[in-house]
Design a binder for this molecule. Sequence first.
Ligand code: TRP
Ligand code: ZN
Length: 882
Amino acid sequence: MRTDTGEIIHLEDYRQTDFVLERVDLTFELDPTETKVEARLIFHRREDVASDVPLFLNGDDLKMTGLMLDQEEIAAADFDVAKHGLTIRDLPATAPFEITITTEINPQANTQLMGLYRTNNVYCTQCEAEGFRRITYFPDRPDVLAVYTVNIIADKETAPLLLSNGNYLGGASMGDGRHFAAWFDPHPKPSYLFALVAGDLGVIEDTFATLSGREVTLKIYVEHGKEARATYAMDALKRSMKWDEERFGREYDLDIFMIVAVSDFNMGAMENKGLNVFNDKYVLADPETATDADYANIEAIIAHEYFHNWTGNRITCRDWFQLCLKEGLTVYRDHEFSADQRSRAVKRIAEVRHLKAEQFPEDAGPLAHPVRPTKYREINNFYTTTVYEKGSEVTRMIATVLGADLFKRGMDLYFDRHDGQAVTIEDFVACFAETSGRDLAQFSLWYHQAGTPLVTAAAAYDAARQVLTLSLEQMVPPTPGQTAKEPMHIPLRIGLLLEDGSEVPVAAANGAEMTGDVLHLVERAQTVTFDNIASRPVVSFNRSFSAPINLQFEQSAADRALIARHETDLFARWQALNELAMQELVAAAKSARAGDRIDCDLTVIDALLTAAADDTLEPAFRAQVLALPGEADVAREIGTNNDPDAIHTGRQQIMAAIAEAGRDLFSTLVETMVATGSFSPDAASAGRRALRNSALSYLVYAENHPARAVDAFKAANNMTDLSQALSVLAHRFADAPETKEALADFKERFADNALVIDKWFSIQAAIPGAAALDRVKSLMADPLFTTSNPNRVRALVGTFAFANPTGFNRADGEGYRFLAQQILDIDPRNPQLAARILTSMRSWRSLETTRAEHARAALREIANGTKLSTDISDIVDRMLKA
Ligand code: TRP
Ligand code: ZN
């Protein structure tokens, strides 16, 4: 493990390499504990580099067994091996030269899952961001692009399959029980996109005919016996390939595209050139074992990794500060894909829910950082929701500011101009500035200023003059290392609705540039007027969430209800209802804290139930209306001095009030929203299931009896319905015999399916209340629990810390102490996993003082640990910094 050195990397220190890497030739002799790697690297010195400048190659945890220059051993005096790399002196001044390095590595002992490791007897690599240096000494940085040839030698029986990037060159038996295969990738790539997979796997195969008529072979490799569960992923892949051609004009560029699903993986998936490696959670699905959410995730992640082929692989990042160049853009592309494949409004609602639940807290806490950071201690810790999701929102805003046509032309220019290069955010933005003729300097602050902007709005209507005046102010809160902020360019989509629901055109205003319904807020304070408005309009702000901001705008419940009934922008309808619900939840939490009676405004209940009952709206949308903001959302809205128990109590009461008022509607929905025919994972069917399950859980609430959930559990013929019924039972009636029986039944039925058992753990880890901690501890003793599988650890420990506000934030601080122990336990094996789970404490400063003090003590306990990884040191230090 890399222990912390405290070194910080700065963007301003970037400089290009002294040597150009021309070609890479790798030979692997695979062995579970003693794999031999030979790397032959052809370099030449750049013209302006002095002849005495040495070559430095990164390395991490390597044992070097040979080092040659042009096939001659290098004398000990001419090189140094240090902890983080290899320095070679006395190299040719002008001529190209070949360095041959032999290293020995132990894949079996690689528990951090970076570099070459073993998972279920399969050899597998993960190189992003800095894993390649754990395979051989190498200029392991994204701006070093080279063409790779890879030779793989392995035992034929245990590893009949030998895969790497690019096209298959050939292979043969070696007579000693081993065989070999050779691969060649003609596209220059950085080392983080290298991949190797070897083992014994099953496969499903298909083909795709590209835009220009080439036939591409598609293969998805999974464990034997799981082939049938990969068909949905294959379908999603083909739809992704087609969509990228139609929407972005991007064609695939190799003869073969492969996906391998593995069960031990630190993240979702990885876009290695021509050989994507996936967490099997995002490949495997069938109705009996996967929920509708699983299907949607598979579709989105298959698309995401495929789209990286152009945004990330063909055009890559100059350095890791530019991570959002590939991630933010690729998330934007997968969001658009899902919106086109499913319901655009429902997709947007889900995106905004996720953004607010994950990114807004990050941006408001000690881990806040710009979309394009300027310094880091551990790059693994910057694969964040800010880089990914806010990065996507920034891309979306470019499209909003420019309009669809100019955005498309900017993208075309980007692909055209930078193909084959490693570039920066500035290069990307310049393409849009050029095609639009717009100065995007102020807009670029979205990349550089951290923190969620707060826009405060007021509306005044002058009936005599028929003028509407909007007073707008923006403020970007201070974040670590950034105290003073400049005003941003905020593209706010707005709508004006009259009392009868009709819409007033807003294309022209005084005091602000408007493009269509987009109002460009660019000053710290801006007064905008609209003329010829016949009667007082209701203002609908931030339609389709055109800007990722917090908005403060006093608006009556009646006005919000009007938006909920009449907005043409469906997202805005949901937003108005969500806002109404949020106000009730915040008020209820405050009442619960003060020991006051909790009421729910009838206008609000009526607005929610009216939308939920509206047959002209799609069921998936109506389900989103019924899904109230979660407890963590309420905590974020309250902002400071939070008491999770009061928030929980208040929310329960509001749910109960809605359940009671909506009994008839919910009964009708449970009866009518039934599936017809055989199971289909399509968005419309999923929407009906979502609405029915939501209605069902409200009914169980109103009845305060498990019978209906037990029936639903028994009747379920798909995992969506089954896991929903089990959640309702477990979360409402944790100690009831019916719940115990259902949990036991579920466990027995799915004991041999790891992904379903993950659900069994996470449903229980999320059961609210102070008893959760003991439950989690006893689940850790269950024979099915293992600390070596990241999905399992996330399902139990991760769910408890991220998704159980009352359990984790127990007033006595035991939840935090437990997490500290877990982090210290996981860190030496898998620092990336530990660091990710530790970010669950990112909002600790917004807790009331007793809990905050306990949280601080737990963080200090971690900080005092010995031999912490860079990953954990970095997170814990930032979280504790005042
Ligand atoms: N680049 C990958 C994606 O978002 C994610 C990734 C980055 C990753 N680092 C990783 C995956 C480490 C696994 C392990 O598409
Ligand atoms: Zn990505």
